[in-house]
Design a binder for this molecule. Structure first.
Ligand SMILES: [Zn+2]
Length: 224
């Protein structure tokens, strides 16, 4: 199945009551075309004067519609993100993103409710990526270049030309920096798949809107 808002909402409500005593306030659910994660609980951190974390706020649950998954796997994705939510919301300290606290809760939930939540669903599951004749979910390798004058541009890169283009772009243009992203956004369908170092200008506003769900892959300093 592909995630739908009613399904994710229903799953959230059910697990909230079942596993978290209904303690978790509902959060905005956002379906994205991300092809690099299945689910993601996003939130902001409030810090005190000394920079110590005080609390978290602005929670929102992002679920990808870029994958076709069995229903129970989709439910486990939601449950995984809800464990992150529970830990952040209750201010539980953990040793890492999937540290001791996360694993303890995950194991309890799996045992008590016969679930199969794991810590590894974040990895892109290529085999489940939605593909089709409509190239809506085509994977784009995007280089975002910032020119020395501050303007930005993109190069949507043929997958076997990434290394070449990464090397050649700074030789052909005066660049301040380059960042690489992977995105499934159909917006990038309109750019040719570059096999040569060519940058297309785009406004910074439009770009940041389009890259919200993209995964930043790496950042390279332009050789001086
Ligand atoms: Zn996680």
């Amino acid at each position: 199945m592909i995630a739908t808002l009613p399904f994710i909402q229903k799953t959230f409500d059910r697990f909230n009551a079942l596993c978290f005593e209904g303690k978790l306030p509902s959060v905005p659910i956002i379906l994205t075309k991300a092809g690099t994660f299945l689910g993601k609980m996003e939130y902001k951190t409030r810090r005190d004067f000394f920079g110590f974390k005080i609390s978290h706020y602005g929670f929102r649950l992002k679920i990808s519609i870029g994958f076709d998954l069995p229903e129970d796997v989709m439910e486990d994705v939601v449950l995984h993100e809800m464990i992150h939510y529970y830990i952040a919301f209750c201010g539980i300290r953990d040793s890492s993103a999937h540290g001791n606290a996360f694993r303890r809760i995950m194991e309890t939930v799996n045992r008590q409710y016969g679930r199969h939540v794991s810590v590894s669903h974040r990895g892109p599951q290529e085999q489940n990526l939605v593909r089709g004749e409509n190239s809506e979910f085509k994977k784009h390798y995007i280089c975002v270049s910032t020119f020395v004058d501050g303007n930005v541009g993109v190069t949507v890169c043929a997958s076997n030309k990434i290394t070449d283009i990464n090397r050649l772009l700074p030789r052909c243009y005066k660049l301040k920096n380059m960042e690489w992203y992977v995105s499934l956004d159909s917006f990038f369908n309109r750019f040719p798949r570059s096999r040569t170092p060519k940058i297309y200008r785009i406004t910074a506003d439009e770009l940041s809107e389009r890259l919200k769900d993209a995964e930043k892959v790496w950042k390279l300093a332009v050789p001086k």
